[in-house]
Every structure is written in C-alpha cells, then in structure tokens.
Design a protein around this ligand. Structure first.
Ligand SMILES: Cc1ncc(COP(=O)(O)O)c(C=O)c1O
Length: 444
C-alpha cells in the first residue's frame, strides 16, 4: 500500500544512535499524513480496512505490517511498543493488558503442558501466585532457585523440559537486586532464554539485555506509564537468543522454530531477531486476547516521554529516605541495595551506580502491631497496593501480596510481620521524611 494512512504508521526513524532522553520523546512516533498531528493520537478502532484482496492476504501472512485487528496490534500501542523496545535496547515489543498478562504470554510462548521454568525465589508475590496457580494449571511447573551462585542448585533444578529462567532485576518488595550476569552465565550453559521482569528496575536504570537477558516483561502500570491511571503490560524481545541452536541442543520452542502452515517459513525464518515477539503477538496474545486498550497505549507512550526525569527524582528521594530511615530508632532494617550497609551494595554500584529504584522494604520494631501503627500514621503515603506512581504508597506485604503463602515461606523470603513496602513518589523528599517521622512516632 502506498496511500497516506499507511505511510502515517511508519516511524520517521528508529532513532538509533540518539540518547535515551531523545528516544523516550521520539522513538515510535510517526508523521500523521492526514492532519499533521504532532502527538500520536488514540486510535479507537477495533479493526482496519484492507485496501484489496491481496492486501488482506499480505496482512495475514505478515508480509505487510499494517494492522489487522486491534487484538493483535493497534497504531497507538505500536508507538508505545517501538518506544519501549528502543529504550530497553530490544528488537521489538508487544503491549498487553497488564503485567500479569505479559508474564503469562511470555511464558506461554516458550512453554506448554509438561514443560518447566526455573525462577529466582525473590519475585513479586502476584507472580509467585500466578506460577503456583494458573501456570501450574496449564501444566507448566515452576521451581525456585534460592542461591543463584550455587551451581549444584541449578543443576538439580534444570531439567530437559525446562524452557526458561525467570527473574526480576529489582525484586519487589525487598530490593534484593539480582546478579543478571550470573544468571546469564547459567542460562548460556543450559541453552535457556532468560526472562527478566524489569518493572521496578525500568530501562532508565538498567538494560537487562546488556547483562545477558533475552526477554523482558513489564507491568507498564507502574513507572513506565508513571501516573497510576492505567493497568498495562509489555513484553520486549532482546533479539539475541538463538532459538535454532537451543533446539539443536534439545530445547524445543515450536511456536518460534516451526512453520505455522505449509508454504510459510518459521517465525525465525521470517522475522529473525523479532521472532519471539512476533510469535508471542500472533500465536499467544492474539489467541488468548489480553488486548491493551488504545487509550492506555496513549498514556503509556506519553508516560515514557518523561521516564528518565521521573526516575531521577524517584531515586534521589528514595536514597534520601532510605538513608534517613536507617538512622531512626524505630527502624530495624531498611532493604535498599543502594545503601552501603546492604549485602548487595557492590552489585548495586556495578549495575545501577548505587541507584536501585524507588521500591523497597522497611522493617519497623514491634512486629505486626508496629507495622499497623506506622501504616495508619502515614498521611502523604497512600495505603494501597501499587508501586511506581507519582504518589508515594505503602503496603504491608504479609497481609496482602504474601497473605496466601505459608509462614515458613514468608520467613524464608524475608517477609516479616514488621515489613512495609514503600514506593517513593514525586512529592518533595522532605515532606515524605516528615510524613514518615510522624508515622514512626506512633510505633509502640
Ligand atoms: C514486579 C511486578 N511484576 C508484575 C506485576 C503485575 O503487574 P499488573 O498489576 O500490571 O498486572 C507487578 C504488580 O505489582 C509487579 O510489581
């Protein structure tokens, strides 16, 4: 097709070679040939008109990249996808309706009934629930590795049916950052792709692909959209995993390496470095339908425009607050890897320049009673489940995200009765410190 609306969806350029700050504003944008709209608009259309018979065929066999139906892709979401892929350093991204949908879709692209995933133990509680319930019910097993430095533990857990290693860059809620390079080493040894949930890390603080990861997933609900208004998710393809070599080594990824129908090459043949993303989009997301609403796509691509600026403030304030909290007599521990007292400080310096995000744990004295008094005493911090918003938030993990886990598991995870999760927002840091002081005054 060579008419104007089709051209309007073509990015001006991929903005390769430009700085992060420039790409977050421009990557994925397109020239609107109809009215010259400067801001990519909300494309509220469930479907798209085919120019003629051949155009319809081309869209269905992916020789045309023009959209078919919004369950599979939408021009507004495409802006967000290209922008996020550029910022993360990936080859392509797929947006979906939530972070949970992104994790589920990524796993279903790699694994089927009888297959298996190995995950690091410290991950978001909702993901652990997803793995133990819906992923388990789909017949995909998940085992957890507790000490990523222990080769024997990996050896015991990784089986012929294992299809991926799953981890979080900056785990929620304990900020116990993961050594992604170590995970990548293990993955290489076993020919496995590494999926990293980079929701708390964000591409502004870390690029998991530069540390050897192959796929990232995001809850775009959080820092990427940034304002707490829209639930969303994304999968980013790092473009570097060799699917054919893994298959030759005995790990099969049929959705990616096999042909869909006679006459059509496999996704690897047809899409090369974006094979995983295309397979996820066309064979999983399109099938099960966790569609990202175009309005939320708009909020995401607009949110991304200010990501680095917001993260700078989120992290400056987090460091100030974490350091301050550590000095307070009512505080037993502050779980922030960027603090010199933290066991992961050296790793935090190496991979994050000491700036490990804005979501971390604080343990107050007095167990659950202490946590309750502190929680109820806060005025600026919103008492709610959520992170990565302009507004600061507080949650008591043991009675919320982790409430369904056995006490022994929570103990092992470090989720104690006195632990609170803070997400530091964009309010003035001294106002937040004063708020925290007022709440600590209530701790018995
Ligand atoms: C690290 C992480 N991953 C995934 C999710 C799930 O995202 P969503 O709520 O958008 O489904 C969350 C939600 O808090 C999260 O913190």
């Amino acid at each position: 097709m060579n008419d104007a609306p089709c051209q309007s969806r073509t990015p001006i350029s991929d903005w390769n070679g430009f700085a992060f700050e420039t790409r977050q504003v421009h990557a994925g944008e397109y020239r609107d040939a109809n009215r010259g709209l400067r801001v990519p608009p909300v494309a509220l259309s469930a479907g798209y008109v085919f120019e003629d018979f051949d155009d319809g065929v081309a869209r269905f066999n992916s020789t045309s990249t023009d959209p078919i139906y919004s369950r599979q892709g939408n021009p507004t979401n495409q802006v967000a996808e290209q922008r996020l892929a550029s910022l993360e350093g990936g080859s392509a991204a797929v947006t979906v309706s939530s972070g949970q949908a992104a994790i589920t879709s990524a796993i279903l692209t790699l694994a089927q009934t009888g297959d298996h995933i190995v995950s690091t133990a410290s991950i978001y509680g909702g993901t652990r629930i997803l793995f133990g319930r819906s992923i388990a019910r789909a017949g995909i097993g998940v085992d957890y590795v507790w000490n990523i430095d222990d080769d024997d533990e990996w050896q015991r857990l990784i089986r012929p049916e294992t299809k991926a290693i799953y981890t979080e860059s900056v785990p929620n809620p304990l900020n116990d950052i993961t050594d992604l390079r170590r995970i990548a080493e293990v993955a290489e040894r076993y020919h496995l792709p590494v999926i990293v949930d980079n929701t708390v890390g964000t591409p502004a603080l870390i690029s998991p692909f530069a540390h050897g990861a192959h796929i990232t997933v995001h809850s775009t609900t959080k820092f990427l959209s940034g304002h707490g208004a829209a639930v969303g998710g994304a999968i980013v393809d790092g473009g570097s995993f060799d699917w054919l070599a893994a298959s030759r080594a005995g790990r099969s990824y049929p959705l990616i390496t096999r042909s869909l129908r006679p006459g059509l090459g496999s996704y690897v043949d047809r899409f090369g470095s974006t094979a995983f993303a295309q397979a996820a989009r066309e064979q999983v997301v399109n099938d099960i339908g966790p569609t990202f609403a175009a309005f939320n796509g708009f909020l995401l691509h607009q949110g991304l425009e200010t990501l680095s600026l917001r993260m700078e403030r989120h992290v400056d304030s987090s460091l100030r607050i974490a350091e301050w909290l550590e000095e307070q007599p009512e505080v037993l521990a502050v779980h922030y890897a960027g603090l010199p007292s933290n066991a992961r400080y050296e790793l935090a310096k190496r991979d994050y320049g000491g700036r490990t995000g804005a979501v971390f744990g604080v343990e107050v004295r007095g167990g659950e009673a202490g946590a309750k008094a502190f929680f109820n005493g806060l005025q600026i911090f919103s008492r709610m489940t959520g992170i990565g918003d302009t507004r600061s938030m507080v949650l008591h993990p043991l009675t919320s995200t982790h409430a369904s886990f056995a006490p022994e598991l929570n103990q092992r995870l470090g989720v104690t009765p006195g632990l609170l999760r803070l997400s530091v927002g964009l309010e003035h840091a001294e106002d937040l410190v004063n708020d925290l002081r007022g709440a600590l005054d209530r701790v018995p």
